[in-house]
Design a protein around this ligand. Structure first.
Ligand code: UDP
Ligand code: MG
Length: 316
């Protein structure tokens, strides 16, 4: 198979019929224009609680170009995407990943395929502007990209998970053993030839965002702690600074003592005790973030279990 379009879905019953219609049209166009021989839409149901899986099964029964994978549990967007990418690495010439809600423009896929045919291994879909996002989402997201850049994380500005990857890039990605997935960082770390496609991000077609604030914050933290060790280095630098300050304080204290003046106030003492205590706690918190990651990595838990398959093995 030439192309597989991977769509992670979590409670997306409202958007699936329209998504299937639009993505099938894109595949048809690509086939008719001879850009690809065969293609499929692969829906990865990330443990949805609504009728998502029934709908996917229905489409895969009625159309040869739709197939579905149902994860046994809600493993998260990145893990669901990985499940699809893993399958694509063994079955397709290239894979495009796109969200189910049609916020990313499916018409860009043709352009991505052209660039792939011209030799690019990774084609990034990049949001030109975020007119349809709320002020809050826009500001937090862009703040995150900036923070990531400042901390040395290698990510593409305004690129999320809408991208094309060639078989070669997919297979390279599969060599990453980590369980804490931050795909947009991992893909840029792969190297290979890359290209970019720009599009306007649209409004979610239907339904609610499946990324509430809590999930967004934990995803951002994951990204930073997975790809940057600078916070650790900053702690070390802070420690060094504190030691220098304390040396200066000791010298001052001894000098004052030798002159016979005892230090009168306990205020300064109390303030510094609190300050240092706070700094140590903060440092411990950041260290804990990394220790938690090591803990998760050494457990080597499987990423997901496939509960069912539908229409996965017949040729498109
Ligand atoms: N998603 C998923 N598992 C989750 C949360 C989200 O597979 O636990 C999927 C969701 O169905 C959608 C994509 O990830 O296809 C992006 O989610 P959403 O559009 O809700 O995020 P937003 O665009 O609001 O950031
Ligand atoms: Mg969305």
């Amino acid at each position: 198979m030439d192309l597989v379009i991977i769509v992670p879905c979590y409670n997306e019953e409202e958007v699936l019929p329209e998504t299937t219609r639009q993505l099938s049209a894109v595949l048809d166009e690509l086939r008719v224009s001879g850009k690809i021989g065969s293609g499929k839409i692969l829906y990865v149901d990330d443990g949805s609680r609504d009728r998502t899986w029934e709908i996917i099964r229905g489409f895969s029964a009625s159309s040869p170009c739709v197939c579905g994978l149902k994860l046994a549990h809600n493993s998260g967007h990145q893990q669901a995407l990985w499940a699809g990418l893993e399958w694509a690495a063994g079955h397709a010439g290239a894979a495009v990943s796109i969200d189910a809600d049609l916020q990313d423009d499916p018409h860009c896929i043709a352009e991505m395929v052209d660039l792939w045919r011209d030799g690019a291994d990774v084609v990034f879909g990049i949001r030109k502007e975020r007119r349809t996002d709320t002020w809050f989402k826009k500001t937090t997201a862009q703040g995150f990209y900036r923070l990531m850049e400042a901390l040395g994380g290698d990510i593409v500005y305004n690129h999320a998970d809408f991208r094309l990857m060639s078989r070669r890039a997919l297979q390279a990605l599969m060599a990453y053993p980590e369980r804490n997935l931050f795909l947009r960082g991992m893909v840029t770390a792969l190297g290979f030839r890359t290209a970019k496609v720009f599009y306007d991000r649209r409004e979610r077609f239907a339904g609610q965002s499946k990324y509430p604030l809590g999930k967004m914050v934990s995803f951002a933290l994951d990204g930073i702690t997975s790809f940057s060790v600078r916070p650790l280095r900053y702690i070390a630098m802070l420690g060094l600074l504190f030691i220098l300050i304390s040396v200066a304080v000791i010298v001052y204290g001894v000098a004052v003592y030798c002159q016979g003046n005892t230090i009168p106030g306990w205020t300064s003492l109390l303030v510094s005790v609190w300050f240092i205590g706070g700094a140590i706690l903060l440092a411990l918190g950041i260290m804990g973030e990394y220790v938690g990651k090591i803990y998760k990595e050494v457990k080597r838990r499987p990423r997901y279990f496939v509960e069912e398959e539908s229409g996965m093995d017949d040729p498109a």
